[in-house]
Design a binder for this molecule. Sequence first.
Ligand SMILES: O=P(O)(O)OC[C@H]1O[C@H](O[C@H]2O[C@H](CO)[C@@H](O)[C@H](O)[C@H]2O)[C@H](O)[C@@H](O)[C@@H]1O
Length: 395
Amino acid sequence: MDLKPKNAPILSDPSSPLNKSRLGMNSSMLPCSQSGAPFSSSILTAPRKKPGKLDDVRSNGWLDAMQSSSPPRKKIVKDFGVEVASDDSDIVYNSWMLKYPSALNSFDHIINRGKDKKIVIFLDYDGTLSPIVDDPDRAFMSDDMHSAVKGVAEYFPTAIISGRSRDKVYDLVGLAELYYAGSHGMDIMFPVQDTSCVHQKSYIRSTDKQGKEVNLFQPAREFIPMIDEVFKTLVEVTNDIKGAKVENHKFCTSVHYRNVDEKNWLTVAQCVHDVLKDYPRLRLTHGRKYNVLNNPPQVLEVRPVIDWDKGRAVEFLLETLGLSNSDDVLPIYIGDDRTDEDAFKVLREGNRGYGILVSSAPKESKAFLSLRDTTEVSEFLKSLVKWKEQVDKTQ
Ligand SMILES: O=P(O)(O)OC[C@H]1O[C@H](O[C@H]2O[C@H](CO)[C@@H](O)[C@H](O)[C@H]2O)[C@H](O)[C@@H](O)[C@@H]1O
């Protein structure tokens, strides 16, 4: 596996004058007001440029993407290739499930395939373990989900792979026995003793919150100063837009617009667009596209241009934990997000295990199976535990 970030920027010493100037305040650090007009800020020292034309954002399709990621509630279901009134959504959902059968209904099939193999569980966080809520800081798991995840981790190697920072997702989950990969897999932590010798040279030795020795794998490490700078700029330029929220995930950053009035979405897009113009080594991805019937979350994600995603993180963890032999191992990945599609793709293309999409609305996916919501996720995890307990008892 090529672990070197492709097109990585040269930012080895952020304190060097060269990098200081690269990282220094730049023309994009213009705050955007809700009318789209810049306003002054005393900490800005560099000359400011006028904001880019709103047409830039329109012609780039950004606004379209933001709108398509947030279609009005109870209107139409488009993603399945048909347009129907939401009253008919059950019929559409049920026919969609012919293509993506329920993982609960397929449970016997799954365990039949898994009975002679080592099952490995990969879980996304937001929308999979915790329901989507307006405030990202209040996306908690239910007690029921907490015990389901704890239970599953007792029997199967279990990893959380989230777009959030690793520390944040660890704080939300609070289970030391899991593996954690934050920032869409760009920040992976695993205990030293679990580590096979593959990729050994690329690890960084560290300690976890309990003081235990761990290895870290961070393929986008050199982007930390750049992300930090972009995060600060984005906070500044969106400061005046009511409802906008920027999160720093260390190796990537998110701009939330779910609480922004729709008439100001263009301003959000313009702000992010203007900032990113100065960072060719960063790219923008849109968060969830679907879930048209249940008030979708809305987020823009800024991340390094490197060949690394949740799919690569799954491959990495399987290899590192010595679980990459597809004849002996059955990986199960549960996620709800566009970014989880990279992991579904890896499993599908490698003909390994099951990708399970969490969605209460039809959408195209590389997953094989589906679960409707976090309640069904918890039910599925508990069924795995129950099955494993029975297997162990009879042995
Ligand atoms: O990979 P994930 O664990 O699914 O993380 C992806 C993003 O999740 C969070 O945002 C989403 O959930 C929030 C809480 O429910 C919601 O308010 C927001 O609208 C959703 O987009 C997180 O805040 C993002 O930073 C992650 O990138």
